[in-house]
Design a protein around this ligand. Structure first.
Ligand SMILES: NC(=O)c1ccc[n+]([C@@H]2O[C@H](COP(=O)([O-])OP(=O)(O)OC[C@H]3O[C@@H](n4cnc5c(N)ncnc54)[C@H](O)[C@@H]3O)[C@@H](O)[C@H]2O)c1
Length: 294
């Protein structure tokens, strides 16, 4: 039986991923270092949340990660735990520990059990692309990202490549752009979601950055991963998995990165207003998120 471990399950994309899997009736284990369940509460009904297997754990602790995988007989890891740009900027060594070492730990834990585990799905980021300058016309991977967070994400992609080449560990890395929607409430690029909430509440809000922008709706990022396809292609190549390991970027944005589109500078933080909190219950009242496939 397939059993999914979602790291960073309490985060925005993590909560949407858990909601999708739970909605499909899949066995899912939610791992996060934090015990803050507000995003899961937004997307899951009380019964689903009460029945959800949750582990409070830290991906920088390889032994604990392995214990979770074994105790819950995990077959697939969806790796979303990370520290976002402001946290990496505030504490680069911690950022590297979580985003780089934590990701190595995920690959290592799976590699040690590769006979019984499917491909890893993990989040890279649009931030992994080169920093923009005045001459930039497209997304490139030849120079250096503009943030340490982006450098760490690129290290994740390199980690995936080497684990595929040396040990046959299959993985799919996604590079989401700016995610918006319910649950997107931290990180520099959460500002568009904050602006939408303010607009809905009739409150003023000034975006701390400007320029052309690409946004991805949080549940669409989850759907882009299309776990069934990943799983099926893995199954069909199972016999020669070591040779056929692949790494793709299902969510690789074919960006037209116009000048300034990704120049994000920290400015005035999101306006905090208790009236915004009252917008959450109507969303929760919709019940658990369901996937509708056409
Ligand atoms: N949100 C975006 O716009 C965006 C864009 C591109 C890529 N991504 C990537 O997608 C993934 C998910 O992003 P998100 O928006 O859900 O982020 P988020 O900040 O909402 O959630 C991240 C979660 O990881 C958890 N976490 C942090 N350190 C941990 C640790 N050491 N061990 C276990 N859990 C830990 C946090 O508690 C948090 O719940 C991340 O890898 C992020 O870098 C996000």
């Amino acid at each position: 039986m397939d059993r999914y471990l979602v790291t960073g399950a309490n985060g925005c994309i993590g909560a949407w991923t858990v909601a999708q899997l739970a909605g499909e009736g899949a066995a899912v284990v939610a791992l996060d270092a934090s015990d803050d369940l507000h995003r899961l509460r937004l997307l899951l009904d009380d019964d689903t949340l009460a029945g959800l297997a949750r582990v409070q754990g830290d991906i920088t602790d390889l032994a604990a990660l392995e214990q979770t995988i074994d105790e819950h007989a995990i077959t697939h890891v969806i790796h979303l735990a990370a520290l976002q740009v402001p946290f990496c900027r505030a504490d680069p060594p911690l950022g590297a520990q979580v985003n780089v070492v934590g990701t190595v730990n995920v690959f290592e834990a799976v590699a040690r059990r590769q006979d019984r585990m499917g491909p890893i799905v993990y989040a890279s980021s649009v931030a992994a692309y080169d920093a923009l300058d005045d001459t930039t016309t497209g997304a490139a991977m030849e120079g250096v990202p503009s943030t340490l967070y982006g450098v760490f994400k690129r290290a994740n992609e390199g980690t995936a490549s080497v684990y595929a080449a040396e040990q046959g560990i299959a993985s799919v890395g996604l590079r989401p752009h700016t995610v918006y929607g319910p649950g997107r409430d931290q990180g520099v690029t959460s500002a568009p979601t904050t602006a939408m909430l303010h607009a809905a509440a009739g409150l003023p809000y000034e975006l701390p950055f400007g320029g052309a922008y690409q946004l991805q709706y949080a549940p669409d990022v989850v759907l882009a991963a299309d776990y069934e396809d990943i799983h099926d292609s893995w199954l069909s190549g199972r016999a020669s998995r070591r040779l056929e390991s692949r790494r793709s970027h299902a969510c690789d944005p074919t960006l037209e990165r116009r000048q300034g589109s990704a120049r994000v500078s920290p400015g005035q933080g999101p306006l905090r207003d208790s009236r915004l909190d009252r917008l959450a219950p109507p969303l929760a009242a919709r019940g658990p998120y369901r996937v509708h496939r056409s």
